[in-house]
Design a protein around this ligand. Structure first.
Ligand code: ZN
Length: 395
């Protein structure tokens, strides 16, 4: 008897494939939307013509629209609240998030405030939303966050330099149109950073205490896919196969974390983003090897599986050595795609470690599912290693 338990939640209707973005008008119609607020970033979707393409499809379907294009990376409470005001004033009955995780997260909270009123901070934490938001359609233009299918939105409080999370089943998008062609405009750096975010979702999800058979299948496939495609996607940006595979891995990552959460790497990425503005994927990538090393002893078999998914040769190796190969494989991939080696290299002062560790330690919902229990002292030790970027094996 394995005592298998399953609790799987995916309310989003997902369309995946080249040109699925063209379904946008039709999908808004099916959801009975009459006027859509398009929530997007400041430049790229407009610059590369995607926004035009989308609004044309909306117009062809007889759907009215307004555009709110002020979302910045790490969207702030002010931005989101301004977007919600626009949705209300323009009388929108749907929200369309177009862009990376930041735009889609902002769209989720705009949709929430438009029906619930109040401020972003009122919804901080788990299941604090009382009334259904406006229906949300998500069109990702990066392959990383998986926000197109998750119940998470991360918002930044500029004054406190704090990032907080809104977690609610209400904010899962109703429809996700995942079109790998929309990711072709990503820079090399953004491809690397978002790709490592997707990988971190798969790895933290696979070793999570809440891991379950359905997410395990997705996680192993996502890791293998990232291992085989991220380098190509970074180095040959127009390679459609690599783009397609990375979009799929990111989608899987979103489905995984929606069900099993993440872990210590994500708990650390949050203050690294809030205090130092480090992009989410870079923060994850820099801390991931040390977090894996810390967690390794609690589930050697799962870490050995990760080594295998990366195509490492583990034949004949003792379990611990085979598991350690996973850390080396992730580190190797990071180096190849140009991810910085340490927090020091990212300009994080050594003196910030206690504060960082303290913030990460406070994230209880991730602490509870991380495979190895940790104290504040443990997190400080992990942070120190991340700062130095050394790769000395834990004994
Ligand atoms: Zn993430």
């Amino acid at each position: 008897m394995n005592n298998i338990t399953l609790e799987f939640y995916l309310p989003t209707k997902v369309f995946f494939g080249f040109n699925v973005v063209e379904k946008v008008g039709e999908e808004v119609q099916k959801s009975l939307g009459k006027k859509v607020l398009v929530v997007t970033g400041k430049a790229s979707t407009r610059k590369y013509g995607l926004l035009d393409k989308i609004t044309k499809k909306l117009a062809m379907a007889g759907v009215e629209f307004a555009i709110y294009d002020k979302v910045e990376p790490n969207p702030t409470t002010e931005t989101v609240e301004e977007g919600a005001k626009m949705a209300q004033e323009a009388g929108c009955d749907m929200v369309l998030g177009v862009g990376g995780g930041s735009s889609i997260d902002a769209a989720k909270v705009v949709a929430t405030l438009a029906t619930n009123g109040g401020q972003c901070i009122d919804f901080k934490g788990e299941e604090k939303i009382k009334s259904p938001p406006l229906p949300i359609i998500a069109i990702p233009t990066t392959s990383g966050s998986g926000s197109e299918v998750t119940r998470y939105a991360v918002i930044t409080q500029r004054k406190k330099l704090d990032k907080f999370e809104i977690v609610s089943h209400f904010i899962c998008p109703k429809v996700a149109l995942v079109d790998p062609k929309c990711t072709l405009t990503m820079s090399k750096e953004l491809t690397a950073s978002t790709g490592m975010d997707a990988l971190t979702h798969a790895i933290e999800g696979y070793v999570s205490r809440k891991a379950q058979p359905l997410t395990d299948i997705l996680a192993l496939h996502a890791m293998q896919t990232v291992a085989q495609n991220l380098e190509v996607a970074v180095k040959r940006r127009d390679n459609l196969t690599a783009r397609e595979n990375m979009s799929l891995a990111a989608l899987y990552g979103g489905i995984i974390i929606n069900n099993v959460r993440t872990g210590l790497a994500h708990a650390l990425a949050r203050p690294l983003g809030g205090y130092f503005g480090i992009p989410h994927g870079i923060a994850n990538a820099v801390v991931l090897p040390q977090v894996m090393r810390f967690n390794l002893s609690r589930n050697l078999k799962r870490f050995r599986d990760i080594s295998e998914a990366f195509g490492e040769n583990i034949e004949g190796l003792p379990m611990k050595k085979a598991a350690q190969k996973s850390v080396e494989a992730v580190t190797k991939l990071s180096r190849i795609i140009g991810i910085p080696n340490s927090l020091k290299e990212l300009g994080v002062p050594y003196e910030a470690i206690p504060k960082l560790a303290n913030e990460a330690f406070k994230v209880e919902r991730l602490r509870l599912v991380n495979p190895r229990s940790f104290t504040l002292t443990d997190v400080v030790a992990v942070c120190r290693r991340c700062w130095k970027g050394d790769l000395i094996h834990e004994s």
